[in-house]
Write a protein of this length. Structure first.
Ligand code: SF4
Ligand code: SF4
Length: 63
């Protein structure tokens, strides 16, 4: 389990209209910045959906 990020919609943390909100908003620290790309730590994400609801680019979804 873990959310997936559509790289055609997310252009990276620096380009994010909300400054990488998906990383900031995750209470479980399951999203991290790896070389300017948001990256989900698979075994840390229970798909709570918070980042999905808040991503300004609607780039995050459940598989
Ligand atoms: S909030 Fe959305 S657009 Fe911003 S870095 Fe995260 S996935 Fe990309
Ligand atoms: S779905 Fe929830 S737990 Fe998973 S990365 Fe997004 S905010 Fe974090």
């Amino acid at each position: 389990m873990a959310v997936i990020i559509d790289t055609t919609k997310c252009n990276g943390v620096n380009a994010c209209p909300e400054g990488g909100l998906c990383i900031e908003i995750c209470a479980l620290n399951a999203m991290e910045n790896i070389e300017d790309r948001p990256s989900v730590i698979e075994n840390a994400c229970p798909e709570c959906g918070l980042c999905i609801l808040n991503c300004p680019n609607e780039a995050i979804s459940k598989p």
